[in-house]
Design a protein around this ligand. Structure first.
Ligand SMILES: [Zn+2]
Length: 634
């Protein structure tokens, strides 16, 4: 389906978060790069009810406190101190991070604030030990040009990264604290992006500007993109946590399809006369006995654990829950997602997908009769302990009522396939209050002007220069820049002296072809690639072995280049050994070498490559063979 985004009134705003590669964290002296060793500390907290200073309860905070979970923190003494543990007030704002953010801000023509005020933003999912995230605005009102279009940059802020979830159970969540406090820059655009492709281009352009500071982290988990998306007649939906740039257009497209689908369902519900009043009056019924002999495993398991099966009729919803706009995009999935997020139930079914999942036709018929469901009605079932099942169905009722009005405004999370899942209500305005432990930091004009004078070259300028320096095309250099391999490329060429074109083709072509094979190339450590080229430079391995070595490293994470060389039998081969073998082969092909030297060379080369591929430089081998053949023949 080709969508006319302009006609649909698509508006997208981007929020790009990127970790800064500073020496230490934003509010303490802990390192931002992982370190070996240290002691592990574990401690437990419970979620607390969070109120803003005005006494209003934030809807997003209320959502989390509803879940009453135990939070277990894991801290390593090498990467955390008392600040992350919330046992000590924050130290001064990291000046290096401020400078990087200011540099980025000036590159985007934004206006730095006169004074930096650190604020506290409520987050009580446990991802911060304090119950809030510290954040501060660095600059406002910038703009960038993307394909000739002006994209306003609303704010550039600095904030502390959150702790990372390492394990999640129904009533328990585990966080690792080493990421907590790493400086993040956040760049927010105005909601002027009007197509999926443009979302990609804008994010790409901002990424290049941030990288021009030379002070941002690279690799998986260092970038997170949030979007806010709306279409005419739909609602503003926030989508969190898109990690891959390439996924952005798909996320936008699927969100448009989802909103259109919900609008279509709204219209159909209206035609069928579904009403909010009726939905609110509808009782939740206990239908446990219908399933006394069910073959549904999950229902049986829940009943054995003392649970019940409760049902809610949704008048007018028949056929609409299972209707699919795109893979995974169904109203049924939305109802279940809402119930799961709030009540953490597993056994949710609706009649559009039944019979199925071990639930028989007979059970469905009895269920429909029991709740009085007609042709155009749907029934939702939840199997769980009574209180939880009731709560889940109340959430489903709420979500069904929202379906009468179209698209609910909410916060959703991006999944790797580009679809999204309900996360929580959108936060209210009462989320921020001042951080009193940190004094405001003035940004004198002279200081800002000093940074402006020292602005780094843009990546376009850098690419131009590198292309000349290494004699490579702009296209290859840009590819290295966009795949974030340029730093590695420069390091390898600088330290090993291997030909730039060879290094570039390994880092671009080889990477791409391995990716096409389904290899997880992200697992290949940069240090191992550097070591590989060191050995190539010393003549210990041949550059032709690159593909095999990389494939092996990607498949054996945690292993070293030395392991790869041993496993692949790439142990060094001496020039003497090679020469001796060549002499043997020339002797064996003596006749042919005289009558048809070209053919002899090719036969001998083929034979040699069986043993020496990747262990001896191919070009050099050819040279030796050709000398030996002609020498013999002459
Ligand atoms: Zn610390």
């Amino acid at each position: 389906m080709k969508l006319d985004y302009e006609k649909l009134g698509l508006k997208v705003g981007l929020e790009i978060h990127r970790q800064l590669d500073t020496r230490h964290k934003l509010f303490c002296e802990c390192p931002t790069a992982p370190r070996e060793g240290g002691r592990e500390i574990t401690f437990i907290r419970w979620l607390r009810e969070a109120q803003s200073e005005l006494g209003e309860v934030d809807p997003a905070a209320l959502f989390e406190s509803w879940k009453r979970r135990m939070i277990v923190y894991h801290a390593n003494t090498e990467s955390t101190c008392l600040v992350e543990l919330d046992e000590e007030p924050p130290h001064d704002l990291n000046r290096e991070a401020v400078e990087v953010a200011l540099t980025a801000a000036l590159l985007m023509n934004a206006k730095p604030v006169d004074e930096i005020h650190v604020m506290r933003k409520i987050v009580i999912d446990g991802s911060n030990t304090t119950g809030f995230q510290r954040t501060c605005v660095i600059a406002l009102g910038g703009e960038i040009q993307v394909d000739g279009k002006k994209i306003p940059i609303q704010t550039i802020t600095l904030e502390e990264d959150a702790a990372r979830i390492i394990e999640q159970k129904p009533h328990e969540v585990h966080y690792d604290l080493s990421r907590l406090g790493i400086p993040l820059i956040e760049v927010s655009t105005a909601p002027v992006i009007s197509s999926p492709e443009e979302a990609y281009k804008v994010a790409h352009a901002i990424g290049r500007i941030l990288r021009a500071t030379r002070k941002v982290k690279r690799g998986i988990g260092t970038v997170r993109q949030d979007l806010n998306i709306s279409i005419a007649g739909g609602a503003l939906v926030e989508i969190k946590g898109v990690q891959e740039l390439d996924l952005l257009p798909k996320v936008v497209e699927l969100e448009v399809i989802r909103q259109l689908h919900l609008l279509k369902i709204r219209d159909e519900l209206e035609r069928r006369g579904a009403s909010e009043e009726e939905l609110r009056k509808e009782p939740i019924r206990d239908v446990t006995r219908i399933f006394a002999k069910t073959s549904s495993k999950i229902i049986r398991r829940k009943m054995e654990a003392g649970g019940v099966v409760l049902a809610l009729r949704l008048k007018g919803f028949g056929g609409l829950l299972g209707l699919e706009a795109a893979p995974g995009i169904r109203l049924g999935a939305e109802l279940a997602g809402r119930a799961r997020a709030w009540s953490e139930v597993e056994g949710i079914f609706h009649t559009d997908e039944l019979p199925g999942y071990g639930i028989s036709e007979d059970e469905v018929a009895r269920l429909k009769e029991e709740v009085g469901a007609g042709e155009l009605d749907a029934v939702v079932l939840v199997a769980a302990e009574r209180e939880r099942a009731e709560d889940a169905l109340e959430r489903i009722r709420e979500r069904a009522i929202e379906a009468l009005h179209g698209v609910p405004s909410e916060t959703r999370g991006a999944k790797p396939d580009g679809t999204t899942i309900y996360l929580r209500p959108r936060p209210g305005a009462a989320r921020m209050y001042p951080e009193t432990d940190i004094p405001p930091l003035p940004l004198p004009r002279e200081y800002v002007e000093e940074i402006r004078r020292r602005l780094p070259p843009t990546l376009d300028e850098v690419a131009e220069e590198l292309s000349k320096k290494h004699g490579l095309s702009r296209q290859i250099i840009d590819e290295l820049i966009d795949s974030e391999k340029i730093e590695l490329f420069e390091r390898i060429v600088g330290e090993t002296g291997v030909q730039p074109s060879v290094v570039a083709s390994v880092l671009t072509e080889h990477m791409k072809s391995l990716k096409r094979e389904g290899c997880e190339v992200e697992r290949i450590r940069e240090d191992d690639l550097l070591e590989f080229f060191r050995r190539v430079a010393r003549g210990e391995v041949a550059k032709e072995a690159a593909l095999d070595v990389m494939r092996w490293l990607a498949r054996n994470p945690g292993k070293s280049l030395e392991d790869a060389v041993n496993a692949l039998g790439l142990r060094a081969v001496s020039l003497e050994e090679v020469k001796a073998r060549i002499a043997e082969l020339v002797e064996a092909n003596r006749e042919l070498a005289r009558s048809n030297p070209g053919k002899a060379i090719s036969i001998i080369m083929g034979e040699l490559m069986k043993t020496y591929r990747g262990r001896f430089d191919g070009g050099k081998l050819y040279q030796l063979v050709s000398q030996a053949v002609h020498g013999q023949g002459g």
